[in-house]
Design a protein around this ligand. Sequence first.
Ligand code: AHG
Length: 337
Amino acid sequence: MNINRRVQTLDEFTIQQMRDFPQATGELAGLLRDIGLAAKRVNVEVNKAGLVDILGDAGGINVQGEEVKKMDIFANNQFMGVLRHGISCAGIGSEELDDIVVFNDEVSNNSKYVCLFDPLDGSSNIDVNVSIGTIFSVFKRVSPLGQPATAEDFLQPGRRQVAAGYIIYGSSTILVYGTRRGVNGFTLDPSIGEFSLSHPNITCPETGKFYSVNHGNFFQYADGVKKYIDGCQKKTKADGGPYTQRYIGSMVADVHRNLIKGGIFMYPGTTDKPNGKLRLMYECNPFAFILELSGGKATDGSISILDIVPASLHQRTPFFAGSRKMMDELEIFMKPA
Ligand code: AHG
């Protein structure tokens, strides 16, 4: 096999970007390195998930007499741990924690960034070997340096993100992140244990053939959404069809596929849950940031996800995201009459 050893690792890439930007302090590069490290640790455990019954049930005691943590708690602790001990992050918000955690030590109080994450999205899929992922969002603080971070540092509209990304623990492990300078993907090379640049300058195709939605909720969707889905099923060759329905139930995998191949992902509100299921701050904002950077779109059905002013850490929002032309068509169906 011809192995390309000149491919850039995540660290080399972020350092290279810093060299191109002499005023950069390196804090963001450090933060991404920390996230990459936690992702590698989580990846090792996710890969062993099928052995849980042999080594001991999650929440129980394994054969070595150690307590086995649920995988999403384990992932949360890994991400929180590296960020707490790094030099770039003043505090975190996580799906696994009721409230923000402000690190409040001398180094962290002088750190520029705060980070929000869903440590293991799609975790109900672990038992059946389906891809799962981590999603993260990074904001620059608005509170003065030298003091502990505050809630206002976290509750900023998504458009103010300075970086966002996700990791998929799938057939391979891939980390994708975006900054104002573009979106790039890094695949974990197990032979050297490093994320290596595999998807430079990702752009979302203008249109595609995939639509991803939970059809089980169909009769609870608004009329515009139903009509759009109906239209997806009726696409002919002349309209760029036929479309294919793909829904994994792990948004990292569904949105990643549509980002790379072209498509649309929808988690609309339902009559039971008008705001849908997905969380604005650490599920929708990061994907919306990446999609807009790469030429796609993401809305709540009326405005860009990135323009929503958050009211609380765990708030939910309907979510529609994907290729620009497919989103434009959806918007026509969803316009109030
Ligand atoms: P969880 O982390 O509880 O498994 O939820 C996963 C999220 C998201 O990744 C996915 O797209 C969506 O929930 C699936 O929800 P439905 O089963 O309601 O379609």
